[in-house]
Design a protein around this ligand. Structure first.
Ligand code: A3P
Length: 336
């Protein structure tokens, strides 16, 4: 298969053996840079992808078959993905599990809503996903234009969570730092991390392209993409949970509201509750080809922590990116 065809935005088709060679050739041909805690990131379809995950991304693009009821949770890393996973899992499965027996008590949210590119297609290029209980929940950091056509064209829904970039860059620095420490790799200064972030080279970036792709789609097809903001969840979790439940076609009933089910879900999925669970203090993510500690997904969870880390010139630089790339299209952020 021609490299051009593989790297285009179109669906990838071809035979298995022939393709492995083409995929290896493609990866070797892509621009690369030495990434943060994995050696390389590759520029694939206009986004920076951890090179080790690229075969998984390609397998996902080639082999995934969407079902109309699927729900895909999408995000830029460190935007509240874990929180969204816990919330949507709880909303969708509330008739199967009560708070006292929810699988969240014993599994990290990433294991309940596995990602396409790290877990599902990382284990196996052709995972058997047909047996999964419906509604099937998946997660991804892949930008909207690179999602398979079946995800875009079917009735499956996408919920995107976005976070103000000032807090997101600080959060991602802490995450990489922790990961580097656990692997006994050299530490990485905030200045270096910030520079790479602003250059758009953090995984699945440039962040502005990733956010804008989902933002624009949510404006054009609001029934297809629900665009949430971390800051809004912090401000009004009950209102946002109702929005999520309606979007996935499972609105809370009056009885559920009166029984304070929404508040119970919010409490179960709060940072404090999840962070204190044994599984999230000591476990590791399942089915990943790199080691990731569950606890690394839970830190402070505040809006405005950037004031403790970023210098005025860093703030100005990020604000200029936001003003240039996002504000003209109506995407604004609360930062404190
Ligand atoms: P901080 O590093 O600012 O604390 P992701 O899940 O996309 O990796 O994002 C991780 C960020 O979300 C971290 O932010 C983490 O603390 C925060 N977070 C994780 N679970 C949360 C929850 N239940 N409620 C609020 N924030 C949460």
């Amino acid at each position: 298969m021609a490299l051009q065809q593989l790297s285009s935005q179109s669906a990838i088709v071809g035979t298995e053996e022939h393709d492995q060679e083409a995929i290896d050739e493609l990866i070797a041909s892509l621009p690369q840079w030495k990434g943060v805690f994995r050696p390389f990131q590759s520029l694939y379809q206009n986004f920076w992808c951890p090179t080790y995950a690229l075969p998984n991304v390609i397998a996902f693009q080639r082999h995934f078959q969407a079902k109309h009821k699927d729900i895909v949770l999408a995000s830029q890393p460190k935007s509240g993905t874990t929180w969204l996973m816990a919330l949507v899992f709880s909303v969708v499965n509330r008739s199967r599990f009560s708070i006292s027996n929810t699988p969240l008590l014993t599994s990290n949210p990433h294991d309940l809503v596995p990602s396409f590119e790290f877990q599902q297609f990382g284990r196996n290029p052709r995972p058997d996903l047909d047996g999964m209980a419906e509604l099937r929940l998946f997660a991804t950091h892949i930008p909207y234009p690179s999602l398979p056509e079946c995800v875009k064209q079917s009735d499956c829904r996408i919920i995107y969570i976005c976070r103000n970039p000032l807090d997101a860059v600080v959060s991602s620095w802490h995450f990489y730092l922790e990961t580097a420490r656990s692997k006994e790799q050299p530490e990485w200064s905030l200045e270096e991390h910030f520079e790479i972030y602003c250059q758009g080279k953090i995984s699945f970036g440039p962040f502005w392209n990733q956010m804008m792709g989902y933002w624009k789609e949510s404006l054009e097809r609001p029934y297809k993409v629900l665009f949430l903001k971390y800051e809004d969840l912090k401000e009004d979790i009950v209102g946002q949970l109702k929005k999520v439940a309606e979007f996935v076609g499972l609105p809370f009933t009056e009885e559920e509201e009166e029984g304070r089910m929404i508040e119970e879900i919010a409490k179960m999925c709060s940072l404090k509750t999840l962070k204190d669970l044994e599984v999230n203090k000591s476990g590791k993510l399942q089915g990943m080809n790199i080691k990731v500690e569950n606890r690394s997904f839970f830190r402070k969870g505040e809006v405005g922590d950037w004031v403790n880390h970023l210098t005025p010139s860093m703030v100005n630089r990020l604000n200029s990116i936001i003003q240039e790339k996002m504000s003209p299209f109506g995407l604004e952020f609360k930062t404190c």
